[in-house]
Design a protein around this ligand. Sequence first.
Ligand code: PPS
Length: 291
Amino acid sequence: MEPSKEYVFKYKGVYFGVNTSPEYVATLEDFEIKDSDIFITTYPKSGTVWTQNILSLIIHEGHRNGTENVKTIDRIPWLEYNIQNADYAALPLPRVFATHLPYYLVPRDLRKKRGRIIYVSRNPKDVMVSYYHFSKFFPIAEEVPDFNLFMERFLAGKVAPSSWLDHVTGWYSHAEDFNILFLTYEEMKKDLRSAVLKICSFIGKELSEEEVDSVVRQATFESMREDHRANYKDLPGGLVPKNDGRFLRKGTVGDWKNIMTVAQSERFDEVLKEKMKTLPIKFTWDINDEM
Ligand code: PPS
């Protein structure tokens, strides 16, 4: 099966989209890490933008109290897609980056436990459905109107950055090589405050009760949708969204049930569920499930 058209190259087994190149990705191996660096690492549609905003709110008082008007994309750039051509070396400390790279393509120094990684995963049915909707609104993505076709591509790893299972398995099975905090989208959804506290403790940032309250309040789906700094309404590079789509679409657990038929869900389970049993994570497929 052919991958989606916008995935312009494959590098060391992983599909990449536009705005980057194999040469650039290759340089990231030597990317110079500072000890205070933080990398938000995800498979797409797993809660990246959400975690970016939480970190902006935790780290920057001016973001929290509204005196600073810096958009997420400028505050926390994408490592492998340097869309705005930022000078990464000149970013204020602690630098925070977002990346969808698999564990074996990230800067070498991270493996020496320099810097910190926050890895966020989400149940793959919701990931896939979110990705499907994204493909319809993101102007440089190939619009795939047929959900079934999109699902087959997703299951075959013919989307960027290739297989969801390989991404998650890779990061979990190499956890010991990195200074890493694992979170799930669903635990953030169920108890955002605890997730914020875990992040604070991991990055060594102490906030008062009121400050934590403020972070939690501003990191809810509803608040972020209204916050022009955080909602990615202005897409990078001046791109204009199609079909009235948004990055912050529904923000729920279990939305897959609204689109997947029973047969599609069974097909998905047949391909992935058995293999997922080896993962040390119990995914939540419905907001009412016990965690
Ligand atoms: S991307 O393209 O990889 O950066 O996308 P990513 O940010 O990882 O994932 C987008 C989904 O995250 C949801 N989102 C949130 N959910 C709950 N609360 C908050 N605050 C929040 N912020 C973003 C966003 O709505 C996308 O999920 P879907 O299911 O499409 O709504």
